[in-house]
Ligand binder design. Structure first.
Ligand SMILES: [Zn+2]
Length: 107
Protein backbone atom coordinates (compact mmCIF):
# COMPACT_ATOMS: atom_id res chain seq x y z
CA UNK A 1 0.00 0.00 0.00
CA UNK A 2 1.23 3.43 -0.85
CA UNK A 3 -0.17 6.90 -0.29
CA UNK A 4 -1.50 8.55 -3.42
CA UNK A 5 -0.19 11.88 -2.12
CA UNK A 6 2.59 12.63 0.33
CA UNK A 7 1.04 13.25 3.78
CA UNK A 8 3.66 15.95 4.50
CA UNK A 9 3.89 17.99 1.31
CA UNK A 10 0.90 16.80 -0.74
CA UNK A 11 2.93 15.75 -3.78
CA UNK A 12 1.17 13.33 -6.09
CA UNK A 13 2.96 9.96 -5.97
CA UNK A 14 1.28 8.90 -9.24
CA UNK A 15 1.76 11.88 -11.60
CA UNK A 16 0.94 9.83 -14.71
CA UNK A 17 0.35 6.19 -15.74
CA UNK A 18 3.63 4.28 -15.94
CA UNK A 19 5.54 7.02 -14.09
CA UNK A 20 7.70 4.53 -12.18
CA UNK A 21 8.93 2.93 -15.42
CA UNK A 22 11.88 5.33 -15.11
CA UNK A 23 12.77 3.89 -11.71
CA UNK A 24 13.82 0.75 -13.56
CA UNK A 25 16.81 2.63 -14.98
CA UNK A 26 17.88 3.87 -11.54
CA UNK A 27 17.56 0.32 -10.26
CA UNK A 28 19.44 -1.20 -13.19
CA UNK A 29 22.34 1.26 -13.21
CA UNK A 30 22.72 1.22 -9.43
CA UNK A 31 22.55 -2.54 -9.06
CA UNK A 32 24.91 -3.17 -11.99
CA UNK A 33 27.63 -0.98 -10.49
CA UNK A 34 27.00 -2.41 -7.03
CA UNK A 35 27.39 -6.00 -8.31
CA UNK A 36 30.60 -5.17 -10.18
CA UNK A 37 32.06 -3.32 -7.21
CA UNK A 38 31.02 -5.97 -4.70
CA UNK A 39 32.59 -8.87 -6.59
CA UNK A 40 35.74 -6.85 -7.41
CA UNK A 41 36.11 -5.92 -3.74
CA UNK A 42 35.76 -9.49 -2.50
CA UNK A 43 37.88 -11.04 -5.23
CA UNK A 44 40.70 -8.51 -5.60
CA UNK A 45 40.88 -6.79 -2.24
CA UNK A 46 39.91 -9.62 0.12
CA UNK A 47 41.25 -12.39 -2.19
CA UNK A 48 38.06 -14.48 -2.08
CA UNK A 49 37.63 -17.05 -4.84
CA UNK A 50 35.37 -16.10 -7.76
CA UNK A 51 32.83 -18.73 -6.72
CA UNK A 52 32.69 -17.46 -3.13
CA UNK A 53 32.42 -13.87 -4.34
CA UNK A 54 29.46 -14.66 -6.61
CA UNK A 55 27.72 -16.75 -3.94
CA UNK A 56 28.10 -13.81 -1.53
CA UNK A 57 26.70 -11.52 -4.26
CA UNK A 58 23.69 -13.80 -4.76
CA UNK A 59 22.98 -13.82 -1.03
CA UNK A 60 23.30 -10.05 -0.61
CA UNK A 61 21.17 -9.26 -3.68
CA UNK A 62 18.50 -11.76 -2.58
CA UNK A 63 18.37 -10.02 0.80
CA UNK A 64 18.36 -6.45 -0.54
CA UNK A 65 16.35 -6.56 -3.76
CA UNK A 66 12.99 -5.48 -2.28
CA UNK A 67 14.62 -2.64 -0.39
CA UNK A 68 16.55 -1.65 -3.55
CA UNK A 69 13.40 -1.75 -5.68
CA UNK A 70 11.67 0.67 -3.30
CA UNK A 71 14.75 2.85 -2.96
CA UNK A 72 14.94 3.19 -6.75
CA UNK A 73 11.29 4.25 -6.91
CA UNK A 74 11.79 6.85 -4.19
CA UNK A 75 15.04 8.14 -5.74
CA UNK A 76 13.37 8.48 -9.14
CA UNK A 77 10.39 10.25 -7.63
CA UNK A 78 12.59 12.78 -5.81
CA UNK A 79 14.67 13.33 -8.95
CA UNK A 80 11.75 13.92 -11.27
CA UNK A 81 8.58 14.99 -9.43
CA UNK A 82 8.17 18.72 -8.86
CA UNK A 83 8.00 20.16 -5.33
CA UNK A 84 5.45 22.85 -4.59
CA UNK A 85 6.00 24.84 -1.34
CA UNK A 86 2.44 26.21 -1.56
CA UNK A 87 1.14 22.64 -1.38
CA UNK A 88 3.18 21.99 1.79
CA UNK A 89 1.67 25.10 3.36
CA UNK A 90 -1.82 23.91 2.44
CA UNK A 91 -1.16 20.49 4.05
CA UNK A 92 0.29 22.10 7.20
CA UNK A 93 -2.70 24.42 7.45
CA UNK A 94 -5.06 21.43 7.08
CA UNK A 95 -6.60 22.83 3.87
CA UNK A 96 -5.57 19.80 1.83
CA UNK A 97 -7.01 16.47 2.83
CA UNK A 98 -4.54 13.68 2.11
CA UNK A 99 -6.33 10.34 1.79
CA UNK A 100 -4.89 7.27 3.56
CA UNK A 101 -3.46 4.45 1.46
CA UNK A 102 -5.98 2.18 -0.20
CA UNK A 103 -5.59 -1.62 -0.15
CA UNK A 104 -5.39 -1.80 -3.95
CA UNK A 105 -2.12 -0.64 -5.52
CA UNK A 106 -1.95 1.22 -8.81
CA UNK A 107 1.64 0.58 -9.83
ZN1 LIG B 1 6.41 15.00 0.70
Amino acid sequence: MQYEHCPKCGRNFFPEPGFYYGAMFISYIGSAFFCLGFVMLLHWVFAWSLLASFVALLIITALLFVWWFRFARAAYFYLVAPYDPAMTKAVDAGDLDVPAPKPTSKN
